[in-house]
Design a protein around this ligand. Sequence first.
Ligand code: AOF
Ligand code: ZN
Length: 366
Amino acid sequence: MDTLNDEFYMKLAVQMAASAQGQTGVNPVVGCVLVKDGRVVGMGAHLQMGTAHAEVHALDMAGALAEGATAYVTLEPCSHHGRTPPCAERLIADRVKRVVIATTDPNPLVAGRGVELLRAHGVQVDVGVMEAEARELNEAFNKYIVTRMPFVTLKTASTLDGKIATRTGQSKWISGEASREAVHTLRHRHQAIMVGATTVALDDPQLTTRLPVPGLHPIRVVVDSTLRIPLDARVVTDGLAPTIVLTTERAAPAKAAALAARGVTVLRCGDAPRVDLALAMRALSEREIGSVLLEGGGQLNGAMLSARLVDKIVMFIAPKIVGGASAPGSFSFEGYDSMDEAVVLDRVAMKPYGEDLCLSGYPRYA
Ligand code: AOF
Ligand code: ZN
């Protein structure tokens, strides 16, 4: 049985934050629980960009009971005037006695100032309860807010021999149902989903979120240097989510106009024969896209990895072997001569999904 302690209440706050993953745009997910004299008197989560922060919901619920209470917050209360007023000031005004924080806010506008402000007004502040869990919930925000580049999660599903299709191009299905459902949850939790034009031409995917309950569809991003995306592709015609095509200055203006007429946003990133992927990621972040789920194929995965633009890899491995020297793999790029140059994953985690194995980690570039 769980003991009633700081971790117990923080765990609840973390769970509330986790439930909002995917719906706060470039804002972090945050949960807050207020406890007074052994009772929970307020709870809240930040639910959408531009709306109240977690602390405000919890304090509104508690009303006068906030006086003398302890607040458990998964992220350092803000000290700045953003789209909403500073939470640290509100906690002080409502006379909260103690604030327990999982992790500080990396936002340069906050970054410790929330803690300082609270302490300066005599509030007891303790930082670091369930820190790792709280930080991981906001790994995309943590990167975006500091670098203004989106956090890229590369997801791939391959056979035991690393293939993402047979030598004739068949890819349905490599992974099992449990893995595929996990992928749709990943889609829900990312602001955008990105694939190459070849994937669109071959598979005509919808790139939407399909789960046992309704999910959020990510913005669809297609990397297409020559604008060969068919005008009747589902991502162009179905209207289920916005679609952005990343291309080059050389792409045909008539095709760009035809796509634009169908509601597709065409962004030109670089003059080279290929899309400048770093520029492209910057262009997405300028549109307030802070997280991207990269779903291949192998060429785009390889190019993104070579450009060091991949932050996390989530790989589903199915217990199947299809062989074929020409069958495509998860990462197709020139490759390295020496093992010393290999991209190595840090903080590796492994989890079974049905008969598949999900291996994830964070690439460290040599
Ligand atoms: C908190 N509690 O629940 C959240 C915080 O534009 P705004 O007003 O929504 O502010 C966004 C920034 O505030 C965001 O970048 C992050 O630093 C912090 N988010 N802070 O105290 C919350 N969502
Ligand atoms: Zn706030």
